[in-house]
Design a protein around this ligand. Structure first.
Ligand code: F1P
Length: 295
């Protein structure tokens, strides 16, 4: 069994630990009314964006999200929240170094014994969710889980639903699809981006991802027989009908998108296996991107 598969299956347990960590660390996380920016790279960026979307919609205050390399200088924030499994990602650590002393920063990381710890004002360590696979699954959802729990979401039912998602039979048609496009609205659009990245990273599989209502604005031209459109959350009925009319397979679900993501992670492991790939050591990827000084 790959580390990836073991780590996918351990997410419900990790989410329970995330809920406990959120309860212990509440005072260190953004308070209602704070104006915040949330940053990360790759998977961590998508988790940052999902949290920012959820926080602002929950009425807790202005919440922007950026890829760490695209952080706009010159805007006023009360706090920078950074998400990084490794604690060694160059773009993120450069940003934290640049704002040190002028912008309060809080980092969520799997390892506090890494350079990021010295760069951030506060460190929230999720050691229980660290991973051996290069491809991230449980750290990402656990970091989002801590932040969701801090926003008031009860993670216990999500962990129970996650147990079912770990064991439920995957539809054969999913792995047979030639191409998959993931859609979602609001924070689910960020989970859709993460789902698409997972299949690219682990299985070199062709995926795309869009906010639901953007799909008609061009990307629907990719849909057709033999391809699949996967919608996180229930799709608007006319959109669903229009997608079905293309001949593409269509899947949507009322399940919480973070729980539903487990099915896509498992699909990534299945597709990697079918293609003879090692999902723990994907081509051209490393645990983190560490750039030299000239980059
Ligand atoms: C961020 C990241 C991963 C990606 C790859 C390279 O890492 O971009 O999302 O899958 O492994 O690193 P981190 O900053 O969360 O450690």
């Amino acid at each position: 069994m790959s580390y990836l598969s073991e780590e996918i299956a351990s997410q419900p347990d990790c989410w329970r630990q995330a809920a406990q960590l959120a309860a212990r660390s509440g005072a260190e996380l953004p308070m209602p009314g704070e104006r915040i920016a949330v940053v990360g790279c790759g998977t961590s960026w998508f988790m940052a964006a999902a949290y920012a979307n959820l926080r602002e919609r929950a009425g807790q205050g202005h919440s922007d999200a950026f890829a760490a390399s695209e952080f706009p200088t010159g805007r006023n924030y009360d706090r920078l929240v950074a998400i990084t499994r490794s604690g060694t990602t160059t773009e993120l650590n450069r940003l934290l170094a640049a704002v040190q002393g002028s912008l309060h920063s809080t980092v969520l990381t799997a390892s506090a014994g890494t350079p990021v710890a010295a760069l951030a004002d506060q460190v929230i360590e999720l050691g229980f969710a660290d991973e051996r696979s290069v491809v991230q699954t449980r750290f990402a959802t656990s970091a989002l889980g801590v932040l969701r729990a801090h926003l008031g979401t009860d993670l216990a039912p999500l962990a129970s639903a996650g147990e079912l998602a770990v064991h439920q039979q995957l539809d054969d048609s999913w792995a047979d699809a030639e191409q998959i496009t993931f859609l979602g609205a609001g924070w689910a659009a960020e989970i859709a981006r993460e789902a698409a990245l997972k299949l690219r990273e682990a299985a070199q599989f062709w995926t795309e991802s869009y906010p639901s209502m953007e799909y008609r604005h061009g990307p629907i031209s990719i849909a057709g027989p033999g391809r699949l459109v996967w919608h996180f959350g229930p799709a608007e009925p006319r959109l669903a009908a229009q997608i079905r009319a293309t001949g593409a397979g269509f899947h949507d679900s009322a399940e919480d998108p973070m729980v539903e993501l487990i099915l896509v992670q498992r699909l990534a492991a299945v597709l990697a296996g079918r293609r003879g790939l090692d999902p723990d050591r994907p081509r051209q990827l490393t645990r983190s991107v560490v750039l030299d000084a000239a980059s």
